[in-house]
Design a protein around this ligand. Structure first.
Ligand SMILES: [Zn+2]
Length: 400
């Protein structure tokens, strides 16, 4: 077997002969006389790195003969080549993968939960437990045992077992297929044995730490997101920075942050309520002043006003406020980048404000909508243009 990572997960560079040049989906691929590159499989992503001057894009197993295909970004003419593995990526996979073995066995021993799924990528690390619910306490107990096993720095060893005698080894999981000619068993001393073809650290201490980050119910299973070693450190660094930012911004201790946030939310709610009351009072006051300036116009009183920088909601509130009084027609506009219009009338009158509004906006290519009593809309017009249009409309309404 030419997959040397099975026996040695720590070699980072090596020399080999190219024994085949081929293509996979239009990309160049090499088969080497032997390799330390890990191909995607068993829940562990492929290694990357270089072969001579070429970058490795992917490493995979050819279905027909189980050869390891190294997908590269440019041709390599030499037949004897130097190759190097991108170590930080590989070691991260070794930490996370071995950490999963430890955490999985910790759940078996402390809660009787079995792992039925495992996912490792650059972005996430999860395992699925065969239980619909796992309490925070049971997760914490398993996590504690897992870290204990790490701190005891137990040896992690790979054995090849004759498949016919596999029954003799007490194993958590049997493999789906065999690549090694025998059954490859990964043993964490006096703790866990399982069939696995991945790359692992040689002592549990190298995992560093295991931290479960969150859990989520997924049908009849629980999915746990966790982080080991370098990933756990990066996660802690990010969260610690965030915690320091929060305590500085809120000028409280870390344990007081939730209370401080709840207090802020209360204050915002109270402020919003007070602001709404003030705005309503202001609108009533403004409405009263507009009512006094209303122009008598046959059977009703006409209020026509143009503002600047008022938003559509505020303009509508003012218009409907005015129309609560009897015999009022209010034609309001606010000029900004566009012009907003709000037309309203008292219920004791018979005018279609939506029709009047659309008729006013049409020359400017604007649109509106609403009811016969209250309508609003906007158009790309200037203040002068809309004032002139409202003037014309007022004259036509008053001469009815
Ligand atoms: Zn493994």
């Amino acid at each position: 077997m030419n997959r040397l990572y099975y026996d040695d997960a720590y070699t980072r560079s090596f020399e080999a002969d190219i024994i085949e040049r081929t293509e996979v989906e239009g990309k160049l691929a090499l088969v080497l006389s032997h390799t330390y590159f890990y191909p995607t499989g068993g829940g562990q992503p492929n290694d990357t790195g270089r072969i001579h001057s070429a970058q490795i894009l992917d490493v995979l197993t050819r279905e027909s003969d189980k050869a390891v295909l190294h997908i590269i970004d440019r041709p390599v003419d030499e037949n004897h080549v130097h190759a190097s593995i991108a170590w930080s990526r590989r070691f991260d996979h070794m930490q996370q993968h071995t950490g999963q073995h430890v955490l999985t066995q910790a759940f078996v021993q402390t809660a009787g939960f079995n792992t039925v799924g495992f996912h490792l990528s650059d972005a996430s690390l999860t395992l699925d437990l065969d239980t619909p619910s796992a309490s925070a306490e049971s997760i914490s107990t398993a996590e504690m045992l897992a870290n204990q096993i790490i701190w005891e720095d137990r040896p992690v060893k790979a054995h090849i077992v004759d498949p016919d005698h596999a029954e003799d080894v007490r194993m958590r999981k049997m493999p789906e297929h065999l690549l090694t000619g025998g059954l490859r068993v990964i043993e964490i001393e006096n703790f866990d044995s399982t069939a696995c073809g991945g790359t692992h650290v040689k002592r549990t201490g190298e995992i560093g730490i295991i931290k479960v980050l969150r859990s989520e119910k997924r049908g009849s299973k629980m999915r746990l997101e966790f982080a080991c070693g370098g990933r756990a450190l990066r996660d802690y660094t990010a969260k610690n920075m965030l915690a320091n930012q929060l305590t500085t911004e809120l000028t409280v201790g870390l344990d007081e942050v939730p209370l401080a946030v709840a207090r802020l939310q209360e204050q915002i709610k109270a402020s919003q309520h007070a602001l709404k009351n003030t705005q309503e009072a202001l609108l009533r006051f403004e409405g009263d002043s507009l009512l006094r300036s209303a122009q008598k116009c046959g059977s009703f009183n006409l209020i026509c006003a143009t503002f600047e920088g008022r938003d559509a909601a505020n303009l509508r509130l003012l218009a409907s406020q005015l129309a609560r009084h009897p015999q009022i027609v209010a034609l309001l506009a606010s000029a900004d980048e566009r012009v907003n219009l709000a037309f309203a009338r008292s219920t004791d009158l018979d005018l279609d404000m939506a029709a009047l509004l659309n008729q006013t906006l049409a020359p400017f290519g604007g649109r509106g909508g609403g009811q016969p009593v209250l309508a609003q809309g906007s158009a790309p017009a200037t203040k002068d243009q809309i004032e002139a249009a409202l003037q014309t409309l007022s004259i036509s309404l008053c001469s009815r």
